[in-house]
Design a protein around this ligand. Structure first.
Ligand code: CTP
Length: 411
């Protein structure tokens, strides 16, 4: 699957304060770099007591600035240049002290001075890390409220055992969550911002005995492409995946399952909180009535009959219990009478959209990187998309879903 670096060309100013969580800033820095961002680091002098500036110099390939009089370029003033040339500013970890300084406009070191010079149009994200009592102190709370009112995004701290052995809120949020928050704020294509998507992908495997199963040729590529595209467009994605050889896309919450019944259970758990559900999985229609506990022995003289029971229809079950305003889409894998079969499935499963594909084509459907699909709507309209990569197909499907949601003014 082709993946363009989602933060390519973006400049991130990462401010690091003196907290034990400062070591996690190295991971944040590395992750932002891997997503294509050009990261510039400013540390407070107490941050350097926890992690050395050379770590960040090596990760970013840029000088790391600490002192107000660190001026690597003679023709520019570092704190103004850094603040004004950044596409986004992230302070992680942020101490109670930097939050107080930012709220009251104090500029007495390089980081606080930079933060004061950040234009109001530049997104500013603050990931606090501190002791619970400090976090809950009325002064800190008031400062954080002031920052939120000014449009600063505070990334909520995690709960757990803190460095001081107290238990409570105050832990730096997960690195994943912090990096994701940056990515979402920088996303130019954000029509799924704030939406939760449930996507099923891949085949299911229905066991016959400990070594054999009934399966199908689905690779999961279409569902994974949808998940990746949705995340790039600002969505939170839960991907319920049957067995595949694919790496899950970054920032996607993956739930791995094997059988149709496990997929149904995972989906029924996730579906009520999701705005959009897309069934891209090739669910096995049947499972063995009984699964042998020991490997079935070969007998070359008698035939073997396996009794099969129908599996639940996952997408139809979700549609039958749909939450208010939920948009539900399915796929129709067909080899013949595509339009008729797709329209029938759309109606019988109670879906808002069905995406048909001709799986007998060598360049569409199972285990290839391209697809040629047709979108079928409940009012009888259909729209054929050209043969294109599964990622481009995913983007086109999401654009159509976004337009349909907007048209119906769904929440
Ligand atoms: N689907 C599902 N649960 C099943 C079977 C299918 O959720 N037990 C979903 C698929 O994920 C897809 C849609 O239903 O979104 C249509 O799947 P498809 O395999 O094309 O159709 P089936 O309903 O299985 O019908 P048939 O095999 O007869 O074509």
């Amino acid at each position: 699957m082709t993946t363009s670096a989602p933060l390519a060309g973006k400049r991130v100013l990462l401010g690091i304060c003196g907290s034990i969580a400062a070591y996690k800033a190295a991971d944040i820095c590395s992750r932002l770099g891997k997503l294509g961002a050009d990261v510039f680091v400013v540390m407070t002098s107490s941050a350097t007591e926890f992690v050395g500036a050379p770590t960040f110099r090596a990760l970013t390939r840029h000088p790391v600035l600490v002192d107000l009089f660190d001026e690597p370029l003679s023709d520019r003033i570092a704190h103004i240049d850094l603040a004004q040339s950044s596409d986004i500013v992230l302070v992680a970890p942020a101490t109670a002290n930097i939050i107080a300084k930012l709220a009251t406009g104090i500029a007495d070191d390089l980081l606080s001075t930079c933060l004061l010079a950040v234009p109001t149009s530049t997104p500013l994200l603050v990931a606090p890390a501190m002791n619970t009592v400090m976090l809950e102190h009325p002064a800190t709370r008031a400062n954080m409220t002031t920052l939120t009112e000014r449009g600063v995004e505070i990334i909520t701290t995690g709960y757990g055992v803190l460095a001081c052995q107290d238990i409570g809120y105050g832990k730096l949020a997960d690195v994943d969550e912090i990096v994701n928050a940056v990515r979402i704020r920088l996303s130019t294509h954000d029509d799924f911002k704030g939406r939760r998507l449930l996507i099923t992908a891949g085949p299911t495997r229905e066991p016959l005995d400990p070594v054999r199963y009934i399966g199908n040729r689905s690779s999961g590529k279409m569902g994974y492409a949808l998940a990746e595209a949705a995340v790039h467009r600002g969505a939170s994605v839960i991907l319920v995946s049957g067995p595949t050889a694919l790496e899950p896309p970054a920032f996607v919450k993956i739930v791995r399952v094997e059988t149709a019944e496990q997929m149904l259970e995972a989906c029924m758990h996730a579906a009520p909180t999701c705005d959009v559900v897309i069934g891209a999985a090739a669910v096995a229609d049947y499972r063995a009535a009984s699964v042998a506990s020991k490997k079935l022995k070969r007998n070359s003289t008698t035939s073997l009959t396996v009794e099969l029971l129908p599996n639940p229809d996952i997408i139809a079950t979700i549609a039958a219990r749909r939450a208010v305003g939920q948009f539900i889409a399915g796929f129709a894998a067909e080899t013949d009478d595509i339009d008729v079969n797709a329209a029938r499935k759309l109606q019988s499963k109670g879906l808002d959209l069905i995406v048909s594909n001709d799986v007998s084509r060598p360049d569409a459907g199972f285990d290839v990187d391209t697809n040629a699909v047709t979108l079928h709507w409940p009012d009888g309209r259909s729209e054929a998309l050209p043969l294109q990569s599964k990622r481009a197909t995913a983007e086109a499907i999401l654009s159509c879903i976004a337009a349909a949601i907007a048209k119906h003014n769904l929440p």
